[in-house]
Design a protein around this ligand. Sequence first.
Ligand code: SF4
Ligand code: ZN
Length: 316
Amino acid sequence: MAAKCRICGRSATYYLDHARIHLCEDCFIKYYERKIYKSIQKYNMLEGAKKVAVAVSGGKDSLALLESLYRIVSEKFPELKLAVIHIDLGIPGYSEECRKIVEKMCGDLDVECHIHDLRSEEGYTIPDFQATPFRRRICGACGTVKRYLMNKIAYEIGADRLATGHNLDDVVEVLFELYLKGSVGEIVRIKPVSWSTHPKLITKIKPLIELTERENLYYVLSRGLPVLSVQCPLAKNSRMLKRKKLISMIEKEIPAFRHTLYKSHLKRIMPKLEKTVKEPNLMECKSCGMPSLSELCSYCKLTSKLKKTSQNLDSE
Ligand code: SF4
Ligand code: ZN
């Protein structure tokens, strides 16, 4: 016999294994949007905010974030402005589709849209890092580029929040790695809201932090949002994907492993760590003027290495 929706009793579409409940599409949508609204309220994500920049890559998590945030903001925070930031990474066979999806979503929702094309605006693309010592850690380089530019653009367009699509799977994957390495200074920064500590550093919020990747996929399917038909071709040997696979295997043996680890981190460990780990002192990067932990920010260090590599290749 087909399973029934726990809420309305109609035939169920989805099973949420961590909560052990079946839901139909309509009830799942309500459950999902309510959960995001609860996270927003629980962590005061939008308190005092006037404009939220949403980082949208075109993947399922960021599309789910944009759609749900758009609906929640329209209903509960009508004064709040939304703007989308998308970075075209210039990855052949992948970035074109991501960009098209983002442009279409912004058009459909009639949301302010900022597309930042790496090739035309910065003079390089992510595949260019394949010729540098970063080729083995290309996702790390890509992450540095995205983090830096998202913050910079959010600052330039006058946003006071930057929302990202980081979900529970992402956060647990990062925690797993940081706990393994014992990187206490970084562990303490993994939280639902990272409040600004510098005028050019925008407060980051993670409204999807308590939802899994699978729940985001269900939401995208239920709302009929576009789904990318390709994966990033540079992700093949990504250590991040290997760790996620490992965590899924653990989850099969220890149900709700992700939820438990996240809750212990936030409720038991963070309060203790926050008392002992000091906020780092930020200065302004001597090259770009953006907030930095050292004289040159990590973005300027990264791009200067890229420039050196291309100069060396040109002179060969
Ligand atoms: Fe960037 Fe790696 Fe993601 Fe590709 S898989 S978009 S290189 S972070
Ligand atoms: Zn810099």
